[in-house]
Write a new protein. Structure first.
Lengths: 323, 496
């Protein structure tokens, strides 16, 4: 086993990530077995819908968790961006391309707020992101007068935004996500931004005493996170069309769970973009699989909870052994 | 010395890639203080971790009170009477002394915690040890020395028969060390077996009965302390004599310009009106007792902590330093006394740590130029003789001395002209220590200017060209090395 772990190819890909992929494949067959049929393209499509927006959220929060922080506002921020942009499109008649950009802008602005609260004002990220979660829910509701934001349905005028999720059955959303994931991986591992974010997560004070403006880089992690929540909003509306105010909390948990499952450490300093994507796939498949097996959706929470706890436990065990 | 209470024989332990312990022997008798010595990385801690069940041994035997034993965790060892007093104290500052001592086995009365009983019991323990601590005081209000006494009291309350002291004196003042030694002698008189791990050669001669020396995970030998000299022990540890004579006169040329001038620096209680000059190529020693305000002065100068007032001139030009960023921009580098907390990012690689202060110079377009980074890192690995398998090694896997070299590399890569070395050899083994000394002399000869804060008198006398002495936040003396004596420095350090 030790020898196997030390093979160059295994080291390059990461042993834990390989295990995760195996888990993913195993899950597919287990669910197929449990539901008495092979999960088909319908189920996969169903899962991919969730993968799209959950993926962007999880990518974003990976950066924040890498600094040792947490962001509970991403889900509501995504919903808020969808609400605001939707109303701008439908009620105020803004052009579609502009409102899609607005989605990203709204997300980024919340990121800036979080960044200022945490990095410059020194609030614990747990608390500040709770506050901005409320803020996001409130702003979304106020802006839409607590009405649903109804984006144009497929086939209607101005519905090309849906092509960003699927185009004639082709999963453009997945491609979109993977492209962004690659950019994120480069950002995290090959640039100064990523280097400082990871080092801050590992030992903030040592980085500060090296003459680095830690506040700036930490804040940037939240801005990246918010921006990605804004991008998530685009695929979110592409999937669900009708955005309801006051929602979004459950996406936080799923996104954070995906990160942690993928090997990003809650203590900061260690993060894996590839792991996060696999984590997202697992969580999404879990949801679809549980439904296919005939459980009511509410059981899904219980099962997801157990699996997340187990995954994190396994992660902690393996890193303890390394020490 | 009484009969043998603990024997470890042929203890062998390997980790992936490292043979950490190679058939090590250790014998502890009742009523003996047994020094365990060796450079950092020699395997002392690993051996103690095997003893107390944190690691499992690969082979060898542990005989304790005549029976072969194997502990699976520290709790089992503790129950059998083997207790470690750690270098880093494991105390909860918000609880009282008594609550800390009886944590996990509180006295109960009617389902509630009986604080009164715990206080009483603690008081009994303290009087046994002949120390004066109020059990109802919050742990956080005690000095480090007193906290350590509490650790010892806690160990005794477990009815310990063997107590392991892991560098107990590292954070203590002279007076506290005296008190510690008194307690250790008491424990010895009560026929406990004591293992004493320390780097301080002088202490070994004062307090221990026998010395076991380890080197590179192996057992070198056991000596009776009375029958050997310091140099004997050091020779066993490193295989060479390294104690050098103190500097007799300043190596700085007469006409060397002043590179740094600090005037009337004030920052909190610990830095009151401190002024000094640093010249090109000079090593300026900062001496004083614990809490004299030397580190605080350095941190205020470096912008790590806010200062109230004071002017700083670099090469004759007044500069504003409000953050470490400003300091680094002005060519100042700071090696903290607490390497793990403030110096290195342990979970990152040697290369990542080396370029931490100067990463901007290694960015090409949008990306970090990994090759350039590795080349620069390699250059300083060679120059500083850092022992690391590669530039991608995680710093956490290096020994203390080599970690320190990585911090030095960080500032050299940044090309800082003014370097503040705060306790540069703390927790570093003798061999690495002399290498750091060499390096500092080399840097000074190249024209770098160094402020060296040190609590070791020998280090101050050996390295400094000039010595600033501080006491309770004030500068109390400035002495040229030619006129410096231990007595003069000590006198200035205790001026109140």
């Amino acid at each position: 086993m030790e020898n196997f772990k030390n093979l160059p190819i295994i080291k390059k890909l990461g042993f834990n990530r390989i295990i995760l992929v195996c888990v993913l494949i195993l899950m597919y067959f287990l669910f197929s077995l449990g539901s008495g049929r092979m999960l088909g393209s319908g189920d996969i499509k169903n899962a991919l819908n969730m993968v799209d927006y959950l993926g962007f959220l999880a990518l974003g929060v990976t950066f924040v968790i890498a600094t040792g922080g947490i962001d509970f506002s991403i889900g509501p921020v995504m919903v808020c961006a969808g609400l605001i942009a939707g109303r701008l499109l439908v009620t105020f008649g803004w052009p579609l391309w502009l409102v899609l950009i607005m989605c990203v802008v709204v997300g980024a602005l919340f990121g800036v707020v979080n960044g200022i609260l945490v990095a410059y004002m020194g609030l614990p990220s747990f608390i500040s992101s709770m506050a901005s979660m409320m803020l996001a829910k409130g702003v979304g509701s106020v802006f839409t007068h607590v009405q649903n934001s109804n984006w144009p349905a497929s086939g209607a005028e101005n519905s090309w935004y849906k092509y960003l999720v699927t185009y004639n059955g082709f999963p453009t959303g997945l491609v979109f996500l993977l492209v962004v994931a690659v950019i994120c991986a480069i950002l995290l591992n090959k640039t100064k931004v990523g280097r400082y974010i990871l080092c801050i997560g590992s030992n903030r004070e040592a980085v500060r005493l090296s003459g680095v403006d830690t506040r700036k880089w930490e804040a940037l992690a939240y801005v990246i996170c918010g921006t990605l929540a804004g991008i998530a909003a685009i695929t979110y509306v592409g999937v669900i069309t009708q955005v309801q105010p006051g929602l979004g909390d459950e996406f936080n948990n799923n996104a954070i769970a995906s990160c942690v499952m993928g090997g990003t450490s809650m203590a900061g300093g260690v993060a894996s973009i590839g792991g996060t994507i696999i984590g997202v796939l697992i969580i999404s498949l879990l949801r679809v699989g549980i439904q296919a097996m005939g459980f009511r959706p509410d059981y899904q929470y219980i099962i997801t909870g157990i699996i997340v706890a187990l995954a994190v436990f396994a992660d902690i065990r393996s890193s303890r052994r390394k020490k | 010395m009484g009969e043998v209470i603990l024997t470890m024989k042929g203890i062998d332990k390997s980790f992936p890639g490292v043979h950490a312990l190679d058939h090590v022997d250790l014998e502890v008798r009742k009523g003996e203080v047994h020094a365990l010595m060796g450079e950092n990385g020699a395997g002392k801690s690993t051996l103690m971790k095997v003893l107390t069940g944190i690691y499992t041994k690969d082979s060898g035997t542990i005989t304790y009170e005549g029976r072969e034993v194997e502990f699976h965790n520290p709790k089992e060892a503790q129950e059998a009477g083997i207790v470690i007093v750690h270098q880093e104290l494991n105390m909860m500052n918000h609880l009282t002394v008594a609550q800390n001592i009886f944590i996990g086995r509180e006295f109960m009365k009617g389902g509630l915690i009986d604080d009164q009983k715990m206080n009483e019991e603690s008081r009994k323990l303290f009087s046994q040890l002949g120390i004066d601590i109020d059990p109802s005081e919050k742990m956080g209000n005690l000095t480090v020395g007193k906290q350590q006494m509490c650790e010892i009291a806690k160990a005794i309350s477990h009815e310990a028969k063997v107590i392991i002291f892991d560098e107990p004196s590292a954070a203590l003042t002279e007076a506290e060390i005296e008190e510690l030694f008194k307690i250790i002698r008491d424990l010895r008189a009560k026929q406990l077996g004591i293992v004493y791990i320390s780097h301080r050669m002088d202490e070994i001669k004062v307090i221990t009965d026998r010395v076991t020396v380890m080197r590179d995970g192996g057992y070198v030998g056991t000596l009776i302390t009375e029958e050997c000299t310091k140099d004997d022990i050091i020779n066993m540890m490193v295989g060479r004599v390294i104690y050098e004579d103190p500097k007799t006169h300043s190596a700085v040329p007469e006409n060397a310009p002043v590179v740094l001038k600090v005037e009337h620096l004030n920052a909190g209680k610990m830095v009151r009106d401190v002024s000094f000059e640093l010249r090109k190529g000079e090593i300026l020693g900062f001496s004083g007792l614990m809490g004299a305000g030397r580190t605080e002065t350095a941190r205020a100068l470096f912008g790590a902590d806010p200062k109230e007032s004071g002017d700083i001139y670099i090469n004759g030009k007044k500069v504003e330093i409000h953050s470490p960023q400003d300091a680094v921009k002005n060519g100042i580098g700071y090696l903290s006394e607490d390497r793990k907390r403030y110096g290195i990012v342990v979970g990152k690689t040697v290369a990542e740590n080396s370029t931490m202060a100067s990463l901007t110079d290694f960015v090409k377009g949008l990306f970090i130029d990994k090759k350039k980074e590795n080349d620069a890192t390699k250059k300083y690995i060679d120059r500083l003789k850092t022992k690391t398998p590669s530039v991608d090694q995680l710093v956490v896997n290096l020994s203390g001395g080599n970690q320190q070299k990585v911090v030095v590399a960080k500032w050299l890569v940044k090309n800082c002209d003014i370097l503040i070395f705060d306790e540069p050899t703390r927790g570093i083994d003798v061999g690495a220590k002399s290498e750091i000394y060499h390096l500092m002399n080399e840097l000074a000869a190249e024209g770098k200017s160094i402020i060296m804060i040190s609590s070791e008198m020998t280090e101050i006398l050996r390295m400094s060209d000039r010595i600033v002495v501080m006491c309770e936040g004030r500068k109390t003396a400035e002495i040229d090395i030619a006129e410096a004596t231990q007595e003069k420095i000590m006198h200035a350090a205790t001026l109140r």
